[in-house]
Design a protein around this ligand. Sequence first.
Ligand code: ZN
Length: 342
Amino acid sequence: MKALVLKEKNKLAILDLSFDEKVGPDDVRIKIHTVGICGSDVHYYTHGRIGDFIVKEPMVLGHEASGTVIETGKNVTSLKVGDRVCMEPGIPDLRSRATMEGMYNLDPGVIFWATPPYHGCLRETVVHPAMFTFKLPDNVSFGEGAMVEPLSVGLQAAKKARIKPGDVALVSGCGTIGILAGLAAMAGGCSKVIITDVIQPKLDIAAGYGMTPVNIKTQNLQETVNKVTSGWGVNVVFEASGNEAAIAGVFQSLCPGGCVVFIGMPVNPVPVDIVAAQAKEARIETVFRYANVYPRGVALMASGKIDVKPLITDKYKFADAIKAFDYAVKPQPRTVKTVIEM
Ligand SMILES: [Zn+2]
């Protein structure tokens, strides 16, 4: 089958590969329809590695996907041929201690699409465990189905923040994940979400969702925080920029007893002001991918509480997949999510 393969750093090719994939009793085979390009895919393309995950062998990219079930294993009762689905890209060892303790995203043995040495899903079909494959309701499109993956990161962050109704949140960083964290916060009960960036077209998209945009190049964040919260500070900060300066000042806007959730991943270790955190008895949370939130993401889309359609800004056909990646390396400021349709 055809697949988009990262042969090595900066070298992509559409190749005809055969995958030895049998449908086990608890698996389904899925014909892929839409795959979103993630920052991590682009980073593997341009750098050949993320931290200790190094591309040593040619690897199929892609992990944000939706498609249609074309074959089911003999034990599968939750899905049938023809179902439109989205897939959770990480497959943990179901008997691992992390899984048993409810943190399957932290299982050291997890097999995650397009994380070396495992192939991703930018190919014609995949075989996947039914328990990590979720049926899409009729009113949720394939494009939205592919967006459940990045939305899940936002939902995990909202879950970790333990939002209370009426909380005010600040999202630092208005990329895909920042906007989705903001939407998750609103769906989770926040009365107001302030969001920062330096790229105005992205802030305009967030403003379209009713978030309060602050362009930190030209506006004073603290003034906005004080105005919105009467000087008390925000209840939750979602740090989604990974930016060193943003992290250095992350406790500034927080209210006493508030929570900071670190989502963005700085490339290098960065300083954190512990005393500033202590002075507010800040609760600090982190997220790594997500666990048990995929069905919630699908449900929020189906209910209309979260509409990710405006975030799907650029579409490419699979034949132009390399073009799509080259665009995603240097996208227009208005671009949020680029997707490839098979
Ligand atoms: Zn992703």
